[in-house]
Design a protein around this ligand. Structure first.
Ligand code: F6P
Length: 320
């Protein structure tokens, strides 16, 4: 193998730059050439790509976003779109591809491999941490730290005004961000799409808290579980408590990556190159119990990542 390509696809996540850097530097260390594809699968189709060298990836390890840009490509979902991408594989002499992105992006890589047999390695990069086969995806740690910082700030004003705050966080159909940030932030209730919840129980808990002299309450709602605004309205209607809603939105996707995400991304990016050089051809890298491992690519999306019930129950016990 002489020349590989790398792209980032789907929603960006802090640490993607560190992963690109690791892919490029590890590959060059072993004498390979690297092509950087801009704007994910869109740039793959449109031949928006060029060589990367050691200095192309200098000074990016600490930056959020992705220097390669990203996109959600509709065209790559079609046979025609993928055929255009393959024409560029031949044109640029690409012999292996590293795809850094979420489950949709890894699914796209899987289909492309089945059609054209180009060796592909998936690197899980999404703040949602919804990819099976890995304990963590790149960007999740930074995102939950961002959410916890927001909880801390909201807690200050919530206490001063004796208010109930609803904080809606991202995660698509997955409650990991809500769950982990909720535990770390000491939230009273955490609503996630994987588990049923009852507004009556949430309201009773709020009452119990206020009777005990609690000055404020914070409820975390994962976007896939319910609308924060709607939950706020229901709680206000049932309890009469002053309830405010904050939707954190895309600020959860930005910011300088934490040390954890930089280390994870560096290890995963380097492992992806190792796998390509060792002849793996349709795999993903993951972190399991602290070790960087390889799984068949379909492990990323064949089954949903199970919710961590132990954490969920603990958060409930600690917020009694
Ligand atoms: O997958 C990452 C994510 O931020 C989800 O949490 C969210 O649902 C989605 O992307 C938002 O996507 P977009 O930026 O395309 O609106």
């Amino acid at each position: 193998m002489q020349r590989i390509a790398v792209l980032t696809s789907g929603g960006d996540s802090p640490g993607m730059n560190a992963a690109i850097r690791a892919v490029v530097r590890k590959a060059i260390y072993h004498g390979l050439e690297v092509i950087g594809i801009q704007r994910g699968f869109s740039g793959f189709i449109e031949a928006d790509m060029g060589p990367l060298n050691l200095s192309s990836v200098a000074d990016i390890i600490h930056r959020g976003g992705t220097m390669l840009r990203t996109a959600r490509s509709e065209e790559f979902k079609s046979i025609k779109g993928r055929a255009k991408a393959y024409a560029n594989v031949e044109r640029f002499g690409i012999q292996g591809l590293v795809v850094i992105g979420g489950d949709g992006s890894l699914k796209g890589a899987d289909i492309f491999h089945r059609e054209y047999q180009l060796p592909v390695i998936g690197v899980p990069g999404t703040i949602d941490n919804d990819i099976a086969g890995t304990d963590f995806s790149i960007g999740f740690d930074t995102a939950i730290n961002t959410v916890v910082e927001a909880i801390n700030k909201i807690r200050d004003t919530a206490t001063s005004h004796e208010r109930t705050f609803i904080l809606e966080v991202m995660g698509r159909e997955c409650g990991y961000i809500a769950l982990m940030a909720g535990l770390a932030g000491g939230a009273e209730s955490i609503l996630i799409p994987e588990l049923d919840f009852s507004i009556d129980e949430i309201c009773e808990k709020l009452y119990r808290g206020y009777k005990r002299g609690k000055l404020h309450s914070i409820i975390i709602v994962a976007e896939g579980a319910a609308s924060g605004l709607e939950i706020g309205r229901q709680i206000r209607d049932r309890t009469g408590l002053e309830t405010k809603v904050t939707i954190l939105g895309h600020l959860q996707r930005g910011g300088t990556p934490t040390a954890f995400d930089r280390i994870l991304a560096s290890r995963m990016g380097a492992k992806a190159v190792e796998l390509l050089m060792s002849g793996y051809h349709k795999h993903m890298v993951g972190m399991v119990d602290g070790r960087i491992v390889a799984h068949p690519l379909e492990a990323a999306f064949q089954e949903a990542k199970p919710v961590d019930l132990e954490i969920y129950n603990l958060a409930g016990v600690l917020s009694i």
